[in-house]
Design a protein around this ligand. Structure first.
Ligand code: FES
Length: 225
């Protein structure tokens, strides 16, 4: 005897329609930025990761429209782009706050206080794992080890390191981010919100050296001063 898909609780659903394209003005602007990024690589498909960051900075997360744009620009299929975008946790697949606050709760950070930090931040912010504060500023989440164990416990804001945190310092950090975002990570200038104003994509994130190169990626233009 066989059972239907609905009896097994499986919804086959309808095939998804193609993602809508960006409005013409947005696409034109993003194309300019994307061409500059692509030109830095001998093989255009190598530009996929920065292009995903580009479309993420446009909407705050990687949408189907953004993935379609990347595929169009690089001559890839949307399936190829989706496979990459869903593999790396740095690409967000749903709307989130300006600041993605990740608390490392892997073994070393956990025993050094990461678990306590995460619990206190949940209570302090009134959100659970993966949830965003009402003001849209902070999304809190567990993160896995980011190879900064010697600075445990580690908190990351938009993937910038804040080392040797305590529950008290982590609460000050998120309060500061929600107020005006002037907190500074271990290296370089203060964290920028994940969603940037149009046209503020780094003109040349690979120029410069060392911390100046990282700072260029993090806070490329004085739009937020
Ligand atoms: S366990 Fe937290 S950075 Fe490695």
């Amino acid at each position: 005897m066989t059972t239907s898909s609905s009896e097994r609780g499986v919804s086959l659903g309808m095939p998804e329609l193609p993602a809508p394209a960006y409005p013409d003005d947005v696409r034109a602007r993003l194309e300019t930025d994307a061409r500059e990024v692509i030109a830095r690589y001998p093989d255009s498909r190598s530009a996929l990761l920065p292009l995903l960051h580009l479309v993420q900075s446009e909407e705050g997360h990687v949408t189907r429209t953004g993935m379609r744009f990347c595929a169009d620009m690089l001559g890839l299929t949307t399936a190829e782009v989706t496979a990459v975008a869903t593999f790396y946790t740095m690409y967000r697949r749903k709307p989130s706050g300006d600041y993605q606050v990740g608390v490392c709760t892997n073994t070393l950070c956990a025993v050094m206080g990461g678990d306590a930090i995460f619990e206190e931040l949940q209570e302090h912010l009134g959100v659970g794992n993966g949830e965003t504060t009402d003001d849209g500023k902070v999304t809190l989440e567990h993160i896995e080890c980011n190879a900064a164990c010697d600075f445990a416990p580690v908190v990351m804001v938009n993937w910038e390191f804040f080392d040797n945190q305590t529950p008290a310092s982590a609460k000050r950090l998120v309060d500061d981010l929600r107020a005006d975002g002037r907190s500074r990570p271990r290296a370089g200038r203060r964290c920028a919100p994940s969603r940037r104003p149009p046209g503020s994509w780094p003109a040349s994130p690979t120029s410069g050296t060392g911390s100046s190169k990282r700072a260029a990626v993090r806070d490329p233009l004085p739009w937020s001063a």
